[in-house]
Design a protein around this ligand. Sequence first.
Ligand code: MN
Ligand code: MN
Ligand code: ZN
Length: 286
Amino acid sequence: MKILLGAHMSIAGGVDKAVERAAKIGCTTFQLFTKNSNQWKATPLNDNVIQNYKRLIKLTKLQPVIAHDSYLINLCAKDKSILKKSRDAFIDELLRCEILGINYLNFHPGSHMGTGEDDGIKLVAESLNIIHEKTKGLKVKSMIETTAGQGTSIGYRFEQIRKIIDLVEDKKRLAVCVDTCHIFAAGYDFRTEKSYLKTFEEFDQIIGLKYLKAFHLNDSKKGLGERVDRHEHIGKGKIGLNGFRFIMNDERFQNIPKILETPKGEDMKEDIINMRKLKSLVKNLN
Ligand code: MN
Ligand code: MN
Ligand code: ZN
């Protein structure tokens, strides 16, 4: 059985270097930024880098690949100029993904900054409709990440993600990513078999499992329902190993990429340890 497991990789030196790093530590899938995540401006991808990236993906068979969008992007920004910048930057990132053959562009729905959750949800959907309209025919999907519900961020209830999906015209362009740290901090428990089944039953009833295309596997420094987003190494946080055991052994999720976003140094030894830990939870692994 092949396990789709990887981590967020640094793009220091170019996006092609992320593929090398992922392969080096034994990832079978990975996540990256396609540009500096703290800047609006992005220099166009250089042809040599694109060619080398594609060559390495073919060679390593690392797939699917997920891009995480810039942290500056807020698709429900109250400030009109930031909203425009966010939409333009998101379009640019979708195009970068398309050039590289990246499957998903993962993003947080956004923060309404006081306008209210319902207005925020409507604005996110409106942004996505404009963005999709301007990027017709792209293969890369816009992947909504579940959030911890910190501050005025939306997307911490499955119902909110459902509302966004309902308002987006081209639903084929959408996917959803479950971040384990975020859903736990948002109040969804999955540490016991009962709570695990209930949480994913709820996900299926409200959002639909067909939308679930990725997991971010992070333990949480903060407790259930605290709505604070602090990632911890697998098994070292408030979730503990059991919750991850259920996900790793759930046949429904076998072909869904699972990505670590836990703290690490340049040698990535923390990723190696976390991946080893996650694999050790899998029953019948030869
Ligand atoms: Mn994220
Ligand atoms: Mn995440
Ligand atoms: Zn997080």
